[in-house]
Design a protein around this ligand. Sequence first.
Ligand code: GDP
Ligand code: GDP
Length: 439
Amino acid sequence: MSKATVAIVGRPNVGKSTIFNRMVGERLAIVEDKPGVTRDRLYGQGEWLNRTFNVIDTGGIDIGEEPLIDQMRMQAEIAIEEADSIIFIVNGREGITPQDEEVAMILKRSKKPVVVGVNKVDNPDMQDLIYDFYEFGFGQPFPISGSHGIGIGDMLDEVFANFPVHLEDAEEESLIKIAVIGRPNVGKSSLVNAILGEERVITSNIAGTTRDAIDTNFTREGQDYKIVDTAGMRKRGKVYENTEKYSVLRAMRALERANVVLVVLDGEEGVIEQDKKIAGYAHESGRAVVIVVNKWDAVEKDDRTMKAYTENIRETFSYLSYAPIVFVSATKNQRIHKLLPVVNEVMDSHQMRMPTHVINDVIMDAVSRNPAPTAGGIKRLRINYATQVAIGPPTFVVFVNDPDLMHFSYRRYLENQLREAFSFVGTPLKIIARKKNES
Ligand code: GDP
Ligand code: GDP
């Protein structure tokens, strides 16, 4: 089942980011969140009634020096383009403003479902504030309070009430879906063109589903691939296409639908902050990851350059230590032929399923060679049993006497043992500690 994406839209100060934070709650990611950078997150995962969905805070997409009204217009447009459903937030205490009307007009023109959230209705005797907002014609407005966490559930019920449930095509199982992500100008579209090469002529552009994604299918040596919704392939001269936040958003949307992610870096320019953010998202997504250093032709090099570059990448992206690195030149077509074999390899790892007894042997062997240290000299972690519960990425459950005793370093030790035993390449591994059923 593919996940729904909901965008939060509205003029400044109505409470969008407050509501966004409520929706994504503690599921906020952990990588690269620097204090002091406000509103860094504009994309997160929410959960409501056993349903997980993606949330976009369009207020977080700042679009350069444009006048406010243009920014709001673009944010609304982005929401329409990227989301399946839109939550339009207004300030109940201020009534309808001309800016609200402007946003409403843009949303009206789209065919996307819109639910109006009337925010800052902090207590029940303010409920009457919603009536003005029927005027938009988006149906019943919902009284909510972002700061008090009131009414958001009812609003989400409405959002999902008419929501079509997409089912993934079952026959796509053998298909490798590749997302090519990276900041603007690192060479993503050049790389896609280079990968497709001659094949380009026989590719089919399937103008997709609700999100008008453009995917490219191709076959190489009997293997089917799809390059997912690549930013570089859809340059349409929109002002926001090349803004930083938008490109991050784009990357997120692409990797949602992929199983292998190529994180493209510019070998000539080196790594900048934005690369780290994008790579962080790739890691968190649980997809298989390959780091591609592009423009290698433009780098002045001697016999140590590649090694030094590799070390630098390993240090900067320490959380991606599992990702292979490939140095290429898209425009000079250098080492491009190495990419798909690496993609196949990481996909294999990502989808690898091992028999339980084999997993169990590796884990129990690891434990006996290096038992978990006792916590405070009192209680020792005891592992009874381990099994693989999922693929994509491979996910393992270890049954223990007390999950709290499973510390980060020991978890990493077990992960490394699994990696060594089964040569996992390019995929994160998940290890979940669970209390052994006493009965
Ligand atoms: P955004 O610009 O639309 O993202 O708005 P923010 O989420 O930054 O909120 C703007 C201001 O409104 C902040 O001072 C919030 O604390 C306040 N605010 C947000 N939600 C509520 C609410 O439900 N009730 C009240 N009274 N204030 C709120
Ligand atoms: P995108 O925005 O990430 O899709 O980047 P593009 O594919 O549009 O490339 C941005 C610029 O980098 C263009 O001027 C390309 O010609 C250039 N470029 C892309 N790949 C390479 C490469 O391998 N070597 C060199 N020297 N330039 C490249």
